[in-house]
Every structure is written in structure tokens, then in C-alpha cells.
Design a protein around this ligand. Structure first.
Ligand code: NAP
Length: 237
């Protein structure tokens, strides 16, 4: 082992993604009207995963469109969280590089756990001030892009986030994949075809340019429950 590889790197949270996907690989319809198409069992699965996470992260469009509050899923899951040694509610991490997020989103009205915002210097000062009134802390990446590695290190060090659940959407997922930060993917494959070349997928954004850059995962669990397939992929190191 080289001396360099013996130096432990700064700790990052374990990042796991959870998404429902249609049989044709979409996570919503092209017009974004349909954004929830999994079964009640899939929703339970989402809360089960949340019950193992210190924090849940979403992109701005997902927060606005789904009007999700990123809560714990109710009393049974609250108890499960406590049993798992976690806080009653997950921390909520919102990604908005330009600060465009709608401050009227439902999430900001629910004050059950801290809201942390990841943004960049692209966000106008006025918006940062407005965000400062609804968020518990704002982490600004210098420059135009979010430095996710640094942001995740900050989440680990400052907010003790050991397990970070990313619930999309496609643009945020893609940035995490490209930065090599995703450890596990949970995908529920739903027996529906949503179609549409502009419909969002599990990883949109810029994507990879070459096969060699593709993040590699291996399927570690595959369970059929009624009409849906619950899959888990782990990153190959
Ligand atoms: N089926 C499922 O499980 C599932 C789960 C989640 C979402 N969805 C669907 O997915 C759709 C939303 O996905 P989406 O890809 O359009 O949006 P998204 O990833 O939720 O949000 C995109 C926005 O988040 C911010 N953002 C994301 N990545 C960033 C980066 N690398 N750097 C800086 N800012 C970043 C930007 O905000 P600014 O514009 O402020 O810069 C960007 O415009 C919705 O239709 C939703 O219903 C489906």
C-alpha cells in the first residue's frame, strides 16, 4: 500500500438514491403532471428507506412539483427512526444552484426538522437573503457549480449526516453520479410505459461522454412484489 493510500480521506455520507421508474425508464411524464405512479407498497418502501437516513436530499424541481415535505412518514416510521438511533425526522437538504426554488413550496411551511440549502454564487443576493429566512443554513459553493463532494463533507462534519438519501430528480442524480458520490441505487420498476423523449429519467443533466466514465454498479437485490420489481444496486469499487 502506498503511503498516500494509507491516509484516510475526509469522511462522506453513504449516499443512496431511491426512485420509482416506469418500465421504459422514466421517472415522470414529459409534461411533469404525473410524478407519482408507484404502488402503496412502493410508498411504504420510500418511508422504510427514509427511516434509515439522517437526511433526505431533493432538487428544486422535485420539491416544487411533488410538494413533498420530506417527513418521516408517520408514527410507525418515527418509532422506527428512533429505534435506528436517528432523530425523529430527517434533515432536509434542498439543491438549487441558481436559487430559483419557489419559496412558497409546502416544504418550507413545515418546520419539523432543519432545512439545509445547497446553492452557488449564481444565486442572486436578494434570493439568498429570502432563502436565509426559510432555511436553517445555506451552503454556498464558490463558482457556478455546486461542489457536491465538499457539500457532502460539510453535511457529514457539521450536521453528522452518515446516511444521505437522495430522492431525485434526474438532474440532481446525474450530478451525484458524475461526481462519483452515489453508493447505492434503489429502483422500483413499475409496470407502466410513460414514454416521451422529454420525460425525465433517473439520471438526466449532462451525463457521461464515454463508456469508460460510466459509474458501475452491481445488482445486489431483486424482489418481485405483486406487479413491481424492487431492485438494489451497489457501486463497484
Ligand atoms: N419517480 C420518482 O421516483 C421521482 C423522484 C423524484 C422526482 N421525480 C420527478 O422528476 C422531475 C424533476 O426532476 P428534474 O431532473 O427536472 O429536477 P430536479 O433534479 O429535482 O431539480 C432540478 C433543479 O435542482 C437544482 N439542481 C439539480 N442539480 C443541480 C446541480 N448539479 N447543480 C446546481 N443545481 C442543481 C437546480 O435548481 P436551480 O434551477 O435553482 O438552479 C435544477 O434546476 C419531476 O417531474 C419529479 O416529479 C420523480
Amino acid at each position: 500500500m502506498s503511503p498516500k493510500s494509507q491516509v484516510p480521506g475526509p469522511k462522506l455520507p453513504f449516499v443512496f438514491v431511491n426512485m420509482a421508474m416506469s418500465a421504459d425508464g422514466k421517472i415522470a411524464t414529459a409534461n411533469r403532471v404525473v410524478h407519482s405512479f408507484g404502488s402503496a407498497r412502493d410508498l411504504r418502501h420510500l418511508y422504510e428507506l427514509r427511516a434509515t437516513a439522517d437526511a433526505v436530499m431533493c432538487g428544486a424541481r422535485t420539491v416544487e412539483i411533488s410538494q413533498a415535505t420530506l417527513g418521516n412518514g408517520g408514527e410507525a416510521f418515527r418509532r422506527r427512526r428512533l429505534k435506528n438511533g436517528l432523530a425523529e425526522f430527517p434533515l432536509r437538504v434542498i439543491v438549487t444552484g441558481s436559487g430559483s426554488i419557489d419559496l412558497g413550496a409546502k416544504l418550507f411551511q413545515k418546520r419539523f426538522s432543519p432545512i439545509l440549502v445547497l446553492t452557488t454564487r449564481r444565486a442572486p443576493q436578494k434570493k439568498l437573503m429570502e432563502l436565509g429566512r426559510v432555511a436553517d443554513e445555506i451552503k454556498i459553493s464558490e463558482g457556478a457549480e455546486i461542489d457536491f463532494r465538499a457539500a457532502l463533507r460539510w453535511l457529514r462534519e457539521k450536521w453528522q449526516v452518515k446516511r444521505l438519501l437522495c430522492e431525485g430528480g434526474g438532474e440532481l442524480n446525474d450530478a451525484l453520479f458524475r461526481a462519483g458520490l452515489v453508493d447505492e441505487i434503489n429502483v422500483t420498476i413499475c409496470p407502466k410505459i410513460l414514454g416521451g423523449r422529454l420525460a425525465p429519467t433517473l439520471a438526466d443533466g449532462l451525463g457521461m461522454g464515454r463508456l469508460a466514465e460510466a459509474e458501475k454498479f452491481e445488482l445486489t437485490s431483486l424482489k418481485r412484489k405483486k406487479a413491481e420489481l424492487f431492485t438494489v444496486f451497489l457501486r463497484q469499487h
